[in-house]
Design a protein around this ligand. Structure first.
Ligand code: ADP
Ligand code: MG
Length: 226
């Protein structure tokens, strides 16, 4: 299922006026492909992901997930869509310190109201897919930064999302771990046919992308097909 943003405008309150974080942004991401978003700090990249995730409603324009216009949904329906269809990986792996790797993944199933027990096999398979076979019972403090980010990615995939949104996943990692996380995101996008959007500041990542777009002061410019 694809992700489509059409003429999306987002403003934030700013003193007496409004700051335009997204200015009539359009973006189309087919399933099974990866689009990179680059651009300077403050240009609107994280705002773009927040709107695509339906965490923030735009002032105008549409966010369409798998053909479903999310502006037509109630808040409760949007929250269900987010849980079932959208995987989000934030810059810092916000793992729960007291939980093991497998428990971090099973929490997602629990939040979806499904019995975690039936999903252990899937959680183990995902940990395996991100290169953490045999690490399922480790807690975050027993993992490296790269391993924590890989748990974060596995967790985002736990509910089999169609859209995967990733904000600077490698910024806290050394070059080699960053490379491994990028390889993983490319492979998972193909295998699981997610429509993936990744914010990155690392230009060495761009050759691996299907498309690269640039945010500049709220505007999406220079769409480049790889
Ligand atoms: P980027 O991720 O490219 O650094 P952001 O999307 O975080 O950019 O921010 C875009 C602009 O919107 C910036 O000027 C930022 O200060 C502003 N902004 C971001 N989030 C908020 C918010 N919650 N309230 C007010 N302004 C915000
Ligand atoms: Mg940001």
């Amino acid at each position: 299922m694809s992700l489509l943003l059409s003429d999306v405008t987002l403003t934030y309150p700013d003193g007496d006026g409004r700051l335009t974080a997204l200015d009539a942004v359009g973006l189309s991401v087919p399933s099974g492909t990866l689009t990179a978003v680059i651009g300077p700090s403050g240009s609107g990249k994280s705002s773009l992901l927040a709107v695509a995730a339906t965490l923030v409603l735009p002032d105008a324009g549409r966010v369409i997930v798998g053909g479903q216009d999310t502006s037509q949904l109630t808040a409760a329906q949007r929250s269900t869509l987010r849980r079932d269809r959208i995987g989000i990986v934030f810059q810092q792996p916000n793992l729960l310190p007291s939980l093991s790797c497998i428990e971090q993944l099973l929490v997602m199933v629990h939040l979806a109201g499904r019995p975690p027990r039936a999903h252990r096999a899937r959680a183990l398979e995902l940990l395996d897919a991100v290169g953490l076979a045999g690490q399922a019972h480790r807690r975050p403090h027993q993992l490296s930064g790269g391993q924590r980010q890989r748990v974060n990615i596995a967790r985002a995939l736990m509910n089999e999302p169609s859209v995967l949104l990733v904000d600077e996943p490698t910024s806290a990692l050394d070059h080699e771990s960053g490379r491994a996380v990028l390889d993983l995101l490319v492979r998972l996008t193909r295998e699981r046919e997610t429509a993936t959007v990744m914010v990155t500041h690392d230009r060495t990542h761009l050759e691996r992308m299907d498309a690269t777009v640039t945010m500049d002061d709220g505007r999406l410019t220079g769409a480049v097909a790889a």
